[in-house]
Every structure is written in C-alpha cells, then in structure tokens.
Design a protein around this ligand. Structure first.
Ligand code: PHE
Ligand code: ZN
Length: 862
C-alpha cells in the first residue's frame, strides 16, 4: 500500500499559506456502486467545469486506486496518466463529463477509511481524505457537488441500502440482487459522502420542523440492538428542537438516518442526512451503559446533528479551517447538554476534559494553533486543540458579544456563507460586524498555540484593593515568542468575613501583558473569585491563601468558581505533599466536610467537588512529574479523607441509594456521589469496604453502579476482586461495548501489578487491535494510567510501543492518536525520558511506518 513507502521518502508538508482555489469544479457527480465485500465496482460520472482561465489538466485524487476505465465525454480518454496515486486527465474545453471505473475490496480495508466492512455491514468513512480511497475525485472540501448515488447489492446480505439525501427509487434484479437510488439536493464536499449497506433494522420516529415539514428519522442497527436505540432517538429529537429554538436552524431534508457500526476510528460522522456512528455513541440500556455513556450519546448525537448547519450547509474551505466546524459544533453541543441538566456540572466536566487532554497537548511537542499552519497527515489534527480549545474560543466570543449579538452574528454567518466553504476568518468577521466589536487582537487565539498563564495578585490597602493581572503565553514548537492574548475574565470580590459579595461580577478584558484594577469602598477584606465559569481557557495563578480558597469553596456564588477553589486547594496540598513527602490535610478535609454537608448543593455537583484532581493533573503542576510520589500523596489524602469523614461518606453512600434505575439529573447525581463515597470508604481501609463494593456490584440494576463498584474492587486486593472480574466477564461475554469497559477498568487500575496484568490481557481471546474501541480500551487507557505507564522499569513504554507498531500496520489513524503519552518525555526525569525517547525512536525506525505515525512520533522526539 501507499503508506508503506511514505516514511522512507521525505514526508510532504501541506501549508495553509499555499492554499489555491480549485482548478476545476464538479457541480454534479453520479456514482454507481456494485457492492460486494470482496470486490466492489465503482463507476463515477463527474461533470467538471474549468474554474477561471488556465490550461491545467484535471487532477483527481486517488489512494490505492487503479483506473479500470477513463472516459471523457463518452469516449475513451486520451493522454491520462497516474501521478503517484492521483489520476491526471488533460482536458481541452471548459466543461466535460469525465467517467472513471475502479474496483475496491471493502473487506480488506483495515484502516476504516473509505468503504469498509464492519460486522457484516458495508459502510463508508470519508472525512478527511477517505473519498479518494473509493473513487478518483478532487478530494478537498472546497469542491462542492450534487450527488446522485445508485447502490446495487445482494438482497439477502444487504437488504438495506442507504446513502445521503432522499431516497428516489428502488427495485429488484435477477440473481438475488436489488438496487436503490438516492439524491442529495445540497451541494457538498466529498468528505460528507456516505453509503451503508447491511441487514439492519430501524428505530423510526418523526420530527415536525418549525416550518411544519415532517422529517422521517431512523436509527439503524442490527436487530439484536434495536432495544438500545430509544435514548439516541430521543436525543436526536431534542437536538432538532434545540437548534431551532436556540440558533433558528431548521433541518432541510425529508429523512435523517443514523447508522451504528462497531468498528469506527472516531466517535461519529456527520455525513449529510446519513450520520454514521461508533456504536458506543448510540447503544444504551441501563444494564450495559453508564450515565456517562448516556450523556455522551446525547452529546454526540447532538454534535453530529448540529453539523448539518455548522459543517455541512457551511463547510470548510480547507482542512486548516477544521475548527470552523468542529470548535463551533463542540460549543453548540456543550450548550445543548448544559441546557438538558445541570449547566454547572456540565461546565465542570468540560473543563476537566480540556485540562486532561488539551492542556497537555498545548504544552507538549504536538502543540499547534486552533488554526494550524501546516500538517503532514490531516488525520493527526482531529485534536483536543481543534475541538475543545476551538470551542472555548467560540465561547469567549459569545461572552464578549453577549447572547443577543452572538445570535445575530451566527445568523449572519449562516446566512452569508450558506452553501459555501468558509474560513475561520469569515466567522470572526461576522462576529465583529454583528457584534460591533473589534476582534483584531482576539484573532491571536487562532494563530498562537500554548495555554496562556495569567497571574492575579490582589493587594488590600485599607478600604481599597488593587488587582494586578499579568499574562504570559509560553513558547511552543515553531512559535518561540508570542503576543499577548485577549483574555475575557469574569471576576467578583467577596467579603472574607461575611461571605457577602463586594459589588457585582465584572467582565474585564486583559488585552496587554498586564493590567491593574482598583476596587474602592471595601467594607471588609476581599477574597478574589476570578475566571468564573472558566471564562477563558487559561491557567490562573493567584496569591490566594488556603484560607481564601476554603472560604470561596463554601461561599462563591458561581458554582464553577466554587469547584475551582476547592480543586486549587486540593492541588496545592497534593503538589506540596508530592514534593515534600507530606503536607497538612486540614484545610482540604474541612472544605470537603463543608461541601458534603451543604444540603443546598445538588449531588452531582458535590460528587465533582469532592473528587481529588487526577494523578496527571497533579503532575502537570510540577516541574518534573514524579508518578510514584504523586500517587502516594494522593492515596494518603484519600485515606485521611476517608477515615476522618467516615461518617459523612457512609451517610452520603446510604443517602444516595435508589430503589430502581431512573435516568434523571437527580438520580444520576445520586449514583455519582454514591460511587465517589464508595471510593473514599475503600480508601479509608474500612474492613467492610470490599463487601460493600461487592454487594453494590452484585445488586446493581444499572451499569453505573456496577462499573463503579468494579473499579473499586479492581483497585483492591480482596478475593472478591477476582470473583467480580470473572462474573462481569461472563455476564457480558459477547457484548463488545461492555467488554471494552472490562478491559479499560483493569488498564486503569491503581494496583502495583497493572503493567503485568495489561500484558496478560493482550493475549486474552477477546482482545484485538483491529477494533479501535478495543485497542483504545486497553492500550489507550493504560497509557493514561500515569503511575502504571511510567513504571520506572520502562516496561509500560515498551508495551505501548509494541502495540502501536502492530496497530499501525492495520489502522494508522488510530495508532497515531495514541502516541502523545510517549511524547511527554520532557516532563519526566532523565531515566524515564531516555526510555520514552528510545521507544519513540524505535517507532520512527520501523520499516513501513505510516505517515500518520511518522508525523506524531518524529515531532514527539523534538
Ligand atoms: N467530523 C467528525 C466529528 O467531529 C469526526 C470524524 C473525523 C469522524 C474523521 C471520522 C473521521 O463529528
Ligand atoms: Zn464534529
């Protein structure tokens, strides 16, 4: 395959500044598929039009394709040639009809890009550059075409034939075959093309749009899974209504189909009218899916649906603009989820996710701006920076504009760019015009990588206080020095004696290196609440004392800030303890006691607030990460919290028992707190902890409680542990998504022998690298288990590198995504760093390495 040769040649770098408009447009395309897993024939008929005056030939991208026929205007084409993987056809006029024919083998496609087979279903994945593995085409997002698609297949094996747009006609053929034809009236780029063929059933519904059109909805799965699709269908209807209400966006086709497949590189894909999903983001019932899964399903269904406007109706001019659709759409799905339940808890979860995945990316060798300047393999840029930091950038503009102007700006954007391929710059200009603001400097959020650090020093001078703000944007690869960012900060002061607010919240913009603010007429000493609601994706350093933080954790009226004060207090304690081998836990214990005892707080918030920061987030605060010391410090604090607040944890545990499963914000909150409390009871070393966990495990009527209890048992060493692992396995054998949890829970274990256990698990009959979810559940999970992965022997590094080298041969995209933990070597001591580098070097030196892996691993060595 093409991939095998690439790493030995100099990899080709694609640069944003080299963007040129397409030479040829393709207003119409007709595709004819004779589907067969072993050999699928694809005939493509392109109407092409020369764009502007030039004499360049038509270049059609291909990847691993051989042209079986090339025709121009009905006659065999003259003078065509292959240039690498591309097909180049010389054309004389301004408009022609170009036909090509190829044959592909979906059942041999292990990369899961292009047309592939998953559990007997044939499906496609074209973003970003998969369409060129199906047929020859100018495979770039700024070439928009109307698609007519005809599918022919064996009727028994593939009774259902789906494609984009609306179904037009269907019929039977001789030899047990049948056909279906689909038209998509909306011009779209090739990356939004999709087809599905399989033995599928649908959970059907309807939605009446705001202008009164009825849309037929279908969630397509294999028949045993049908009972697990109600939640996704419900989420889809909620999303459609929400986008009408909040953004004024109506759905535009007569049908909207979603298909769930088990083998998928990402979460899901927004193909026009035919979303294809990783089955983990569709299938749910209480016995097999956790509350986290239910929430994620609703969020991903909403995300893909929202792309119909932010991505499909308005698409991206080139892949450097990826955050135009992804950042905006993540912001939209986050807002949707916030509106379904507790907005505060949703914000906490999103910020925790950002800190766990995007902050490390932004401070490591793979740091890149929200709008990157260059790439080797675009698949490597589906990152937390593009998605989640991108969403924060949109959120900051929404904060600066306020809700009404932000809505006017998005209306303007959709209106102005509907049916076109736009840029991040286009979006910002709409914000400026409708918002009446100047975002010249704000644009640096798109061009500069790195997480800004803002120090906030509050000094009291009698009845006045002076707040000094100073920002620093750290150097990142290729960007040694930075300009100051525009940082919107929501802030407020509280009286440190009374807890009463000293004035209203303010929104201030830090636009230069530093800024000073004065507060007058203070009746008592102030405590500073800053970056409330996480108004900017930055790291804030304050001179707040443990006392200030404990105080804010009890009195701040912004729930995020309250959570944040508690986290900061915990973090300061844990970092000090990891560095010095011990610290005073008193302030943390009191703060946790207060929060647990505050009956006005909802249970989900309490559960979030009392959870200690993760090992890796503690590590991120240290000059040199010390995995063992961090683990010990965290365990010691957990143990003391568990013991000192034993009565409180029991009360929280017993108080959140439920009789029967219910999926409501209150019931979810109760379950979350229950498992957190169980964890602390176990951490205290209580004699009955394992029994308690095992009973929860055995009696649970839902996966949240069951997996929560399993996690506690897996971290411990009681005989009940093996029994639970075994029982769980036998109960769910044959359910791939639950087995993923089984592997993942073990890979995340805090026990000393986790590395050994994981090495054994790769040999388990249910382990396979060819299913991306399974590979991630073991290898991906293990590599973020800080203590186990960074075992001083280096065995964790070797294990992960071995697996990634093997996975690269099957699925380069999925393998390359798992490189970042190895690339964090600069953050560790010399011994570990050398071992991590050695593994990266071994990967780079692997013959036949994909360009996906080459880019990630070689950049990680710099
Ligand atoms: N565009 C998809 C999304 O974010 C992600 C994706 C990218 C899926 C590439 C598959 C391949 O919704
Ligand atoms: Zn997306």
């Amino acid at each position: 395959m093409a991939d095998a040769q690439i790493a030995t040649q100099a990899p080709k770098i694609t640069r944003r500044e080299d963007y040129r408009e397409p030479d040829w447009r393709v207003p119409e395309i007709a595709l004819d598929f004779a589907l067969d897993p072993a050999a699928t024939r694809v005939r493509a008929t392109l109407q092409v039009e020369r764009a502007g005056t030039h004499d360049r030939p038509l270049r059609l991208n291909g990847d691993g394709l051989t042209a079986l026929a090339v025709r121009v205007d009905g006659a065999e084409a003259q003078g065509w040639r292959m240039d690498g993987a591309d097909l180049v056809v010389p054309l004389t006029g301004v408009a022609h009809v170009v036909e090509t024919e190829v044959e592909i083998a979906p059942e041999r496609n292990t990369q899961l890009q292009g047309l592939y087979a998953s559990g007997g279903i044939l499906c496609t994945q074209c973003e970003a550059e998969g369409f060129r593995r199906i047929t020859f085409f100018p495979d770039r997002p700024d070439v928009l075409s109307r698609y007519k698609v005809k599918l022919t297949a064996d009727k028994t094996r593939f009774p259902v034939l789906l494609a984009n747009g609306d179904p037009i006609a269907q019929g039977d053929l001789e030899g047990g075959r049948h056909w279906a034809e689909w038209h998509d009236p909306f011009p779209k780029p090739s990356y939004l093309f999709a087809l599905v063929a399989g033995d599928l059933v649908a959970n059907r519904g309807t939605f009446v749009t705001l202008s009164g059109r009825e849309v037929q909805l279908g969630i397509w799965v294999r028949s045993p899974d049908l009972a697990k699709t109600d939640h996704a269908l419900h989420a889809l209807k909620l999303s459609m209504a929400w986008d009408e209400k909040v953004y004024g966006r109506e759905y535009d086709l007569d049908v909207f189909n979603i298909v769930a497949v088990d083998d998928f590189n990402f979460g899901a894909m927004e193909n026009k009218g035919l979303n294809v999903f990783n089955s983990r983001y569709i299938l749910a019932d209480p016995d097999t899916a956790t509350d986290y899964d239910y929430d994620a399903i609703a969020a991903v269904v909403a995300h893909e649906y929202f792309h119909n406007w932010s991505g499909n109706r308005v698409t991206c001019r080139d892949w450097f603009q990826l955050s135009l659709k992804e950042g905006f759409t993540v912001f939209r799905d986050q807002s949707f989820s916030a509106d379904q339940g507790s907005a505060a808890v949703k914000r906490i979860e999103d910020v925790r996710g950002l800190r766990a995945s995007q902050f490390p990316e932004d401070s490591g060798p793979l740091a890149h701006p929200v709008r990157p300047d260059e790439y080797i393999e675009i698949s490597n840029f589906y990152t937390a920076t593009i998605y989640n930091k991108g969403a924060e950038v949109i959120r900051m503009m929404a904060t600066i504009l306020g809700p009404d102007k932000f809505r006017a700006a998005t209306d303007l954007y959709f209106d102005r760019f509907d049916g076109t391929a736009a840029t991040c710059e286009d979006f910002v200009q709409c914000m400026e015009q409708a918002g009446g603001v100047d975002l010249t400097r704000f644009r640096r959020w798109y061009s500069q990588a790195g997480t800004p650090r803002v120090s906030a020093t509050l000094a009291q001078e009698g009845g006045r206080a002076r707040l000094k703000l100073r920002q620093l944007v750290p150097p990142t690869p290729g960007q040694p020095s930075k300009e100051p960012m525009v940082v919107p900060l929501r802030l407020k002061l509280f009286g440190a004696n009374s807890g009463a607010p000293l004035g209203d919240e303010q929104l201030i913009l830090l636009e230069d290196d530093s800024r000073e603010l004065l507060f007058d007429n203070l009746s008592e000493p102030p405590a500073l609440s800053i970056n409330r609601g996480f108004s900017a994706p930055i790291i804030v350093e304050t001179n707040r004392t443990a006392q200030d933080l404990a105080f804010l954790s009890a009195h701040d009226d912004d729930p995020f800030a309250r959570y944040e004060a508690m986290q900061q207090l915990m973090l300061d304690t844990l970092v000090a303890s990891a560095a010095n081998g011990g610290a005073d836990h008193g302030a943390v214990i009191e703060a946790v006691r207060n929060t647990l005892g505050d009956s006005r707080l909802d249970r989900a918030f309490v559960a979030e607030a009392v959870l200690l920061p993760s090992d890796s987030f503690i590590g991120d605060q240290m000059a040199v990460v010390e995995p063992e010391a961090i683990f010990r410090a965290r365990e010691a604090l957990r143990n003391e919290l568990g013991k000192t607040l034993a009565g409180e944890w029991r009360a929280a545990y017993d108080g959140s028992r439920a009789n029967r499963f219910e999926y409501s914000p209150a019931a979810k909150g109760a379950r979350r707190l229950r498992t957190v409390a169980l964890g602390y009871i176990a951490a205290s070393g209580a004699a009955d902890a394992d029994r308690l966990a095992f009973d929860q495990f055995a009696d649970a009527d839902n996966m949240t409680d069951r997996q929560g209890a399993l996690t506690t048992l897996v971290n411990g060493s009681s005989p009940l542990r093996d029994e639970a692992i075994d029982t769980f396995y036998r109960r769910y054998q044959g359910n791939g998504l639950v087995l993923d949890k089984w592997f993942q829970t073990q890979a995340l274990s805090t026990r000393d022998d986790t590395a050994e256990m994981v090495e054994r698990l790769v040999a388990h009959p249910d382990f396979t690298l060819s299913n991306p979810n399974r590979a991630r559940s073991l290898v991906g999970a293990f590599s973020v288990n800080q203590r186990a992965f960074h075992d001083v022997s280096g065995r964790g590094y070797r294990f992960v590198a071995d697996q990634l080298i093997a996975l690269d041969k099957l699925n380069p995209q999925t393998a390359a995504k798992l490189i970042p933990p190895l690339g964090r070597w600069k953050r560790f001591d010399e011994g570990r760093a050398a071992k991590m580098r050695a593994e990266l070097e071994r990967i780079v030196a692997t013959p036949g390495l994909s360009k996906d892996m080459f880019e990630q691993a070689s950049k990680s060595l710099d």
